[in-house]
Design a protein around this ligand. Structure first.
Ligand SMILES: Nc1ncnc2c1ncn2[C@@H]1O[C@H](COP(=O)(O)OP(=O)(O)OP(=O)(O)O)[C@@H](O)[C@H]1O
Length: 244
């Protein structure tokens, strides 16, 4: 079947029995997961629970992962990491365009930079950007590829709290406009709840909780119903809030 026909009838991501061990230690233990096209999913879990390992497997970056059945992901996948990974010797626009081809690419790159609020910074060098701006440039670089799937590994983990909140708004807006499937790895429960429509908790190599966040956007941290989701997620993570 042609890939395009498959995309209409199948989820964007399908994992069956995904397993990964390092030196005999099982990190992912037979993960089954479907992510429908256009769904925004956050992945939570303790440090070392295997979140990045799962993301790398979906990105096709890990050739030693095994599965009893399938590991399918769309053809156009973009990955954003905690640090922007901009090449310091290339200007911002050239970083965004890296690996793209064709006459329209430059125009698309400028458009993507404008979308993330970096209009006018096309010719800046990466070291002239703040941490938040560099992550915006990384998002522009991912957008220009028109990904069907955006994989993000703690993309805001190194940013200050205010910049983080602005980036949450930006990411959600970009998602509304382009509707890729998203798999966002984070250790931040609030970030997961505010952004995602579905939150997974990875625990002992398996999906311990698969929670649909059924609240409209934009979401407010003060929404009492979000508090209930928060408690369920914290419980799944084994965190008790003693101060309550
Ligand atoms: N290349 C590797 N070689 C050996 N062990 C590895 C390798 N990659 C990951 N691991 C191990 O697999 C486990 C899961 O790592 P992973 O980075 O996926 O966790 P994580 O949930 O993303 O953690 P964090 O939140 O701290 O980033 C860890 O114990 C880690 O040491």
């Amino acid at each position: 079947m042609a890939p395009h026909t498959e995309q209409l009838t199948r989820p964007a991501v399908r994992l069956r029995g995904l397993t990964r061990s390092f030196d005999g230690r099982t990190v992912l233990d037979g993960i089954d997961l479907d992510i429908p096209a256009g769904q925004f999913v956050a992945l939570l879990g303790h440090s070392g629970s295997g979140k990045s390992t799962l993301l790398r497997a979906v990105a096709g970056l890990d050739h030693e992962v095994t599965g009893s059945g399938q590991l399918t992901a769309p053809a156009r996948v973009s990955v954003v990491f905690q640090d922007s990974r901009l090449l310091p010797w290339r200007r911002v626009l050239d970083n965004v365009l890296l690996g793209t081809e064709g006459k329209e690419a430059a125009a698309k790159g400028r458009e993507a930079l404008a979308e993330v609020g970096l209009k006018g910074r096309e010719r800046a060098w990466p070291n002239e950007l703040s941490g938040g701006e560099a992550q915006r440039a990384a998002l522009a670089r991912s957008l220009v590829r028109e990904p069907e799937l955006l994989l993000a590994d703690e993309p805001f983990g190194a940013l200050d709290a205010l910049t983080r909140i602005r980036m949450h708004t930006l990411l959600r807006e970009l998602w509304e406009r382009h509707k890729p499937s998203v798999l966002l790895v984070t250790h931040d429960v609030d970030e997961a709840i505010v952004l995602a429509d579905r939150v997974l908790v990875l625990d002992h190599g398996r999906i311990g909780l698969d929670l649909t966040i059924d609240r409209p956007h934009p979401r407010s941290y003060r929404d009492p119903l979000l508090g209930e989701y928060r408690e369920r997620l914290l419980a799944a993570l084994g965190v008790t809030e003693d101060h309550k």
